[in-house]
Ligand binder design. Sequence first.
Ligand SMILES: C[S@@+](CC[C@H](N)C(=O)[O-])C[C@H]1O[C@@H](n2cnc3c(N)ncnc32)[C@H](O)[C@@H]1O
Length: 351
Amino acid sequence: MKEKEMDEQRQELMAARMSIIRYAHGFMDSMSLKCVVELGIPDILRKNAKPITLQELAAALPLPAVDMGRLQSLMRFAVHHMGLFTFNGQDGTYGLTRFSECLLRDSETFMVPMILGTLTDWGMGAWHSLSSSIQGGPPAFERHHGMNNWDYLASHPDMNQLFNESQERNTKEIFREILSKCGSWLFEGIGSIVDVGGGNGAAAKEIVKEFPSIKCTVFDLPQVMSSNSEKTSEVEWVEGDIFNSVPRADAILLKYILHDWNDEKCMKILEQCKEAIPAGGGKVIIVEMVMDINKEMDMYPALLSDMFMMVSFGGKERTREEWEKLIHDAGYSKCKITPFSPLASLIEAYP
Ligand SMILES: C[S@@+](CC[C@H](N)C(=O)[O-])C[C@H]1O[C@@H](n2cnc3c(N)ncnc32)[C@H](O)[C@@H]1O
């Protein structure tokens, strides 16, 4: 083999090893991100009008003492590897970037509750059972925690709160966009709607704001209803279990519900929903990712979510064909899929 070819092979091997090292240590990115949020570093940097030194940062941390060497390593990693903060080598000061602005405690995005919730034993422990879960049977979460996710949330109020808050913030953002771009045709002719598994009611509150004449009901598990301190009166709140029955309405909204379940459970949910809407003129509005549509947009969110749903809930993300088959098998006559964003498509199912 010529020297040049050998050189190329060596470089390829080095690049492959470096990729593996990055994947194997990806947890360091996650945990450093969590540490930065837990210590409130973005909030400390924002409080000051201009970038601050490591000493000033240390003095503001909510810790009884600070090891300056460790703090410097954390900040170096966050600046140079993650791009979380700016660093000015001349005066040794750190500042916010667009990236860390999303990590402010009062930011409207779902980033902070998502980070603080996911990077715990709730979100991460189950991954140790990924290999054994591939054989089928209970999902990784159940193997690790000895109960399914909804029972876990019911018995861990702090985690329940973080989970619901993260869903709420995410939904508020997505739903405002859905209503402004598609609201006029999506909700045309609908007098009442039930948001099944509607969590803290983020979607329902946005719908009634835009369409005050629509009677909106949020339906969810008792643990979600009882932990929600903002059950405002413009929306009706009903607790229950989708697998028993669903309140009747012109339309049912299922946002990020079906990806939590396997096909068999989804069929049951869709059958319950079909019974709750009029046979003529009713519809189920499903807001979910569509994997192959994502391919044209950005595949990463769907791939990530597919793995997360499998491990945490025993669910999955679906392709266009899988959605159409599921909806057809559940007894619906027609479905229409409208791509919306990498995070959500609109799927209308008609009885
Ligand atoms: C992924 S969250 C989605 C929440 C909300 N639709 C959103 O997108 O923001 C799934 C929701 O389904 C609810 N859920 C799970 N099992 C349920 C059941 N058997 N009956 C009613 N709701 C259920 C959960 O409590 C949770 O609020």
